[in-house]
Write a protein that binds this ligand. Structure first.
Ligand SMILES: [Zn+2]
Length: 493
């Protein structure tokens, strides 16, 4: 276990007096009463107050690009030895505040009312992953990087901090909080508003343990009645255009936090509440979004949840699971069998809900190609300096050869990067198309790195290092150096 060197407790006088005092933000009495987002200075003050409660601990786990604190709150009311660990984090995108506001309200509420947190839960909350973006009212961080596309490269201090925390606490449940737009583009053109006020989905990479994926999706579905009863339009998360244009669940790649954190083996979720971004007063309904968030997040904190025993068993099995014999390298969302759905939308002029039929709702994740799993990957010595710190950030174990070694390997070379070829995944710069040579003895020089796939992080290592993955490492600028001659070698014996 690694403890960040920056970690300290903020109950100290120095931390309190360092925070600006001019801020006049007051937390409202209820989530519904939010009228403006909690600013960073108020967050520091509220956390300092919360940390006075004996069951609340606040730690500074890292610094943003501009030096703001990345604060982690731990709340624990019981003393049982093996608690159910829940990790909520929010505002990777600075202009998406509702999840963070709900979490700050929850921290303050649980600090004052410890009886509201079941004793078998250990709750961790990182309310503001991107405080610089929040202060600048922008999606990206101060380096102009989209943090929720940085979970493969882990190039930014904010994402590095998030992963250090996830590796240390190994949550059973992790929830990433975002917001989407209800009134953009094609919806606005049709005079519609997107129906959901809030949506949720689970990690879904096809290599993830199927029992854990199924348990998480069960939770997504199980929240429907409670959300309906509370009057919130809620559904599983879809991305894409209004019906009948294409809509699918979120992509299966590892470069967002839902899958990036999900790769540690627990149940991992994303929540998206809907903003009216075209509105002159986009936060007029903030209280409604925060209330929906609070209701949905509270669903993870049930007392004596009967599902928990099965979920715990699935997660523990997943964390000691061997890598499957085959790795999926190309997979996509599809509609098997021409299922026709009706998709609700809201007519803006009347406020009525319309049910629009569509055959382009993609619920089925289809695996198109696979490769045999190797026993290890080898990184050429000349790229060791690039890969070693990166593997460490991901919690992937590796060894360094101190003498040359001959292995049986399949060398991969990059044929091309496809640019904007795939409308389903066009958020990516390109798809990696590789060629793999037949297996042959390969002499690895001293200094080469060996990533053995008999390790706890085997699934993550395989997803990140397999050269045949359609959306692979070589698409990222940080790994440009490996494109010509350095893709990981598939060690097959
Ligand atoms: Zn977002």
């Amino acid at each position: 276990m690694r403890i960040p060197s920056l970690l300290f407790f903020i109950g100290s006088v120095a931390a309190v007096s360092a925070a600006p005092s001019a801020d006049d933000f007051q937390l409202p009495a209820t989530p519904e009463a939010f009228v403006r987002p909690v600013p960073y200075v108020a967050l520091e003050r509220i956390l300092t107050e919360a940390a006075r409660a004996p069951h609340v601990t606040v730690t500074r786990e890292g610094d943003s690009v501009q030096g703001r604190g990345l604060w982690l709150v731990r709340i624990r009311t019981g003393t049982s030895p093996d608690p159910w660990r829940v990790f909520f984090y929010a505002q990777q995108h600075g202009n998406e505040p509702a999840g963070k506001d709900a979490l700050v309200w929850m921290i303050s509420d649980l600090a004052a009312h410890p009886d509201k947190l079941p004793e078998d839960i250990e709750l961790y909350i990182l309310p503001m992953v991107n405080p610089d973006g929040a202060e600048l009212a922008q999606r990206r961080n101060a380096n102009r990087r989209d943090l929720n596309r940085d979970h493969i490269t882990l190039s930014q201090p904010e994402t590095q901090t998030l992963h250090r925390i996830a590796q240390r606490i190994l949550p059973h449940v992790a929830v990433d909080c975002h917001e989407f737009s209800r009134d953009d583009g094609d919806y606005a053109e049709r005079g519609w508003i997107s129906w959901p006020l809030i949506m949720m989905d689970a990690a879904n990479h096809p290599l993830f343990d199927p029992a854990v994926t199924a348990a998480a999706l069960h939770h997504v579905e199980a929240m429907r009645p409670a959300m309906a009863e509370a009057g919130f339009n809620y559904t599983r998360y879809y991305v894409g255009g209004p019906p009948p244009t294409e809509a699918r669940h979120s992509h299966p790649e590892l470069d967002d936090a839902r899958n990036g954190v999900g790769a540690y083996g627990g149940m991992s979720f994303i929540i998206e509440s809907g903003q009216f971004r075209r509105s002159a007063t986009p936060h007029a309904d903030l209280g409604r979004r925060v209330a929906a968030y609070h209701r949905l997040l509270s669903g993870f904190l049930q007392n004596n949840d009967p599902a928990r025993a099965n979920e715990r068993q699935a997660i523990e099995a997943a964390r000691s699971r061997a890598l499957p014999a085959f790795l999926p390298t190309n997979y996509f969302w599809a509609n098997r069998g021409l299922q026709i759905r009706t998709v609700p939308v809201i007519e803006k002029s009347s406020g009525r809900t319309l049910e629009i039929p569509s055959a382009s709702v993609f619920d089925d994740l289809v695996v198109k190609t696979v490769v045999e799993a190797p026993v290890a990957y080898a990184i050429a010595a000349r790229h060791a300096a690039l890969f070693a710190p990166w593997l460490e950030r991901h919690g992937i174990a590796f060894s360094t050869l101190d003498a040359p070694q001959v292995v049986t390997g399949e060398a991969a070379s990059l044929v091309r990067l496809e640019k904007h070829e795939d409308p389903v995944y066009q958020r990516y710069g390109g798809r990696t198309i590789t060629r793999v040579s037949p297996k042959t003895p390969v002499e690895l020089p001293a200094g080469s790195l060996i990533v053995d796939l008999k390790q706890a992080a085997a699934v993550k290592a395989a997803i990140l290092l397999e050269p045949g993955m359609l959306y692979g490492l070589s698409q990222y600028e940080e790994f440009e150096a490996i494109r010509a001659d350095g893709l990981p070698l598939r060690v097959v014996k």
